[in-house]
Design a protein around this ligand. Structure first.
Ligand code: NAI
Length: 328
């Protein structure tokens, strides 16, 4: 029998946590044959709610679930962690300035980065879901100097999945016929969902759609503002789809992308495609055997260049702001 994989989930008592934990425990994170131990990190006032969720997890009698620990101490939560899903974050309150938001998140992601540095397993893989995800990942990454760059990622998989779904609907095909969609830049309204290299049933997606007005005025804004549209419709932010994307992100990272396809991940830039090295920005990546590579050699047209640059500029501003606060 396999040794259980230690999976740490922060913000476990939140709404994404509730949509995520049961699927991790039933094998949707790593595979239906991989046993897991869950470590739930919450702030003290939410520990009781996390215990309630743990009671429900027990009540599912999941054969793959080999234990649940609940704590408000990051050093305990990340001890021996192989996989870390950093979901808990400080949301923007009404009237909050960006500097205050980033400072509050620095208070969360700096100690978590340090705890990962000091206590996580050598093969640790980190996914930051909590917003602002790219910059929170940068903060955590910077607090963990002994952990390699390629272990810190930020989630743009929900945007990627949203783009696939919108494109499939426009082209009148099933989602399985859509490949090689890319999300570039920040997980924010400036993100750029790129279909110029995407394929619809084996044909170039931009040519199949052949509608630049739709691309600029419908597709891109629909994908980029989908989070706000969900809040408007549901009265709460996306949770099940975000949890699903977190599972997809980690599952793809561990198990690999399919031949002839790629995915989108926020990763530490190596300078590819003019994205300054060190920024955590979304790229097209292929994954294999637990590691990933940026897809190289894609031609970037003027339409794409302007949009990638705008999102990267926003990431640089966020980086400069957290640098000014001494967080990186
Ligand atoms: P939520 O407010 O329901 O839950 C957040 C949980 O985090 C709360 O239980 C809170 O007690 C906990 N928390 C706060 N500080 C913590 C700390 N220092 N350590 C551990 N836990 C802590 O929020 P929800 O809906 O679950 O969303 C979580 C985050 O995910 C938000 O930042 C949201 O903006 C983000 N998100 C990101 C998406 C993406 O595509 N990257 C998509 C959807 C949401």
């Amino acid at each position: 029998t396999r040794t259980p994989v230690n999976v740490t989930v922060t913000g476990a008592a939140g709404q994404i946590g509730y949509a995520l934990l049961f699927r991790i425990a039933s094998g949707h994170l790593l595979g239906a044959d991989v046993p897991v131990k869950l470590r739930l990190l919450e702030i003290a006032p939410a520990l009781k709610a996390a215990e309630g969720t743990a009671m429900e997890l027990d009540d599912c009698a999941f054969p793959l679930l080999r234990g649940i620990d609940i704590t408000d101490d990051p050093n305990v939560a990340f001890d021996g962690a192989n996989v870390a899903l950093l979901v808990g974050a400080r949301p923007r309150a009404k009237g909050m300035e960006r500097g205050d938001l980033l400072a509050a998140n620095g208070g969360i992601f700096t100690p978590q980065g340090k705890a990962i540095n000091g206590h996580a397993a050598d093969d640790i893989k980190v996914l930051v879901v909590g917003n602002p995800a790219n910059t929170n990942a940068l903060i955590a990454r910077s607090a963990a100097p002994d952990v390699p760059d390629d272990r810190f990622t930020a989630m743009t998989r929900l945007d990627h999945n949203r783009a696939i779904s919108q494109l499939a609907q426009k082209a009148g095909v099933g989602v399985e016929d859509v490949k090689k969609v890319t999300i570039w830049g920040n997980h924010s309204a400036t993100q750029y969902p790129d279909i110029f290299h995407a394929e619809v049933a084996g044909r170039n997606a931009a040519e199949v759609v052949n509608d630049e007005k739709w691309l600029a005025e419908e597709f891109i804004p629909t994908v980029a503002k989908r989070g706000a549209a969900i809040i408007e419709a549901r009265g709460a932010s996306s949770a099940a789809s975000a949890a699903n994307a977190a599972l997809d992100h980690m599952h793809t990272w561990v198990n690999g992308t399919a031949e002839g396809d790629w995915t989108s991940m926020g990763i530490v830039s190596d300078g590819s495609y003019g994205v300054p090295a060190g920024l955590i920005s979304s790229f097209p990546v292929t994954t294999k055997d637990g590691s990933f590579e940026i897809v190289q050699g894609l031609e970037i047209n003027d339409f794409s260049r302007a949009r990638i640059d705008a999102s990267v500029k926003e990431l640089e501003e966020e980086r400069d702001a957290v640098r000014a606060l001494g967080l990186i």
